[in-house]
Design a binder for this molecule. Structure first.
Ligand SMILES: NC(=O)c1ccc[n+]([C@@H]2O[C@H](COP(=O)([O-])OP(=O)(O)OC[C@H]3O[C@@H](n4cnc5c(N)ncnc54)[C@H](OP(=O)(O)O)[C@@H]3O)[C@@H](O)[C@H]2O)c1
Length: 330
């Protein structure tokens, strides 16, 4: 089976970090993006970049079929207020995209069909027999928060004949996305409260560890990975309050106040309030048993590095020496 990796949603927060790490590890990666601008940016990482529409696999399926593992990181933009209507729209969009990917995989003969890493969050899972969210966890019987998305995607994939591994990421923090644009600036000004008392444990993962873990799973022997669910979260059990207070301290801001969960629900939407206030004690034991090691086993070091990265002047992705990146437009 081909060792190549095909990445969908490569221009996003995790995707870009994944490409940087893939390039550093000299992995054979092909990325699909939908805009030539993103293609030009990403090709500097040295990976092969295809420009195309996920709904039109004719433009990319041939090249993708030569990769042994596909990683689906596609996610429609999450609005600031995630109300019920916005959530329904995101579910519809994720299902449409997942169906397109599943269709492209199903068209490849089974003996050379790639493995799909389907990426979701922790909300899909209910506690296991030890009260932790782990590879043994059953799926939630009643969806809450982002599980409305993940459970529907998973049900769709379960109805296909393709090989899938379900990867559940904790909240991915690092220099980028809403952490840079909203969370850190508000924490620095004392404008971001904890949701409720903040004693709940968050499932957290630094963006580099998220990217490294996905590449690690993509390069393991397929039989070890397929058909299982994987937890990609540091397992430190950091409380929401400690996480936000540590970030605020590093930013020179005050200790965050707290706001009632119902109020955050009104402002940010119920799904977001649920997501932030629920207890999520993650257990990444299965991932660690495969030999993976976190570079940031707790947010203390991960946040420190994040702040250092944000303090550096913004640098474009610089081309590695001897880069062979190429853009292919169908
Ligand atoms: N970030 C987290 O904290 C977190 C936590 C748990 C799970 N996850 C999961 O991890 C995955 C990646 O998350 P992320 O934070 O990297 O997301 P992100 O930064 O929002 O990136 C989303 C990616 O999807 C692409 N995309 C969106 N709609 C598309 C469409 N219709 N067709 C093709 N591409 C489309 C975007 O492309 P453009 O650049 O062209 O818009 C972008 O590359 C998602 O499945 C998410 O659910 C993330």
């Amino acid at each position: 089976m081909n060792k190549g990796i095909f990445v969908l949603g490569a221009s996003g927060f995790i995707g870009r970090e994944l490409l940087r790490n893939a390039q550093a590890a000299r992995l054979d990666v092909t990325a699909l993006v939908r805009s030539p601008e993103n293609a030009r940016l990403l090709e500097r990482t040295g990976v092969r970049v295809l420009v195309g529409n996920v709904d039109q696999p004719a433009g990319w399926a041939e090249a993708a079929s030569r990769c042994g593992t596909w990683i689906d990181l596609i996610q429609p933009p999450i609005p600031r207020r995630l109300g019920a209507r916005a959530l329904r729209r995101i579910v519809r969009e994720r299902l449409r995209v997942t169906a397109a990917i599943a269709g492209a995989l199903s068209a490849i003969p089974p003996e050379r069909r790639p493995l799909l890493l389907s990426i979701s969050g922790m909300s899909d899972l209910a506690p296991d027999e030890q009260g932790r969210l782990s590879h043994r966890s059953p799926l939630r019987a009643r969806p809450m928060g982002f599980a409305h998305i993940g459970l529907r995607v998973r049900a769709l994939l379960a109805r296909t004949a393709i090989d899938v591994a379900f990867v559940h990421l904790g909240t991915v923090y690092g220099p980028g996305k809403s952490f840079t644009s909203e969370i850190f600036p508000k924490l620095a000004r004392g404008r971001l409260p904890t949701v409720g008392r903040g004693a709940n444990r968050l499932a957290l993962i630094h963006v580099r560890d998220a990217a490294r873990a996905l590449l690690h799973l993509a390069t393991l022997e397929r039989a070890r990975v397929a058909g299982r669910q994987w937890i990609v979260a540091d397992g430190a059990g950091t409380s929401q309050r400690d996480f936000l207070a540590t970030a605020a301290r590093l930013l020179g801001g005050p200790v965050p106040k707290s706001a009632p969960t119902w109020l955050v629900g009104l402002i940010a939407g119920r799904a977001m309030a649920d997501e932030l206030s629920k207890d999520a004690p993650a257990d990444p034991a299965a991932l660690l048993e495969t030999g993976f090691a976190f570079q940031h086993p707790t947010p203390a070091s991960g946040l420190q590095e994040t702040m250092e990265a944000l303090a550096r002047p913004v640098a474009a992705v610089s081309p590695p020496a001897g880069s062979v990146g190429s853009t292919v437009t169908p």
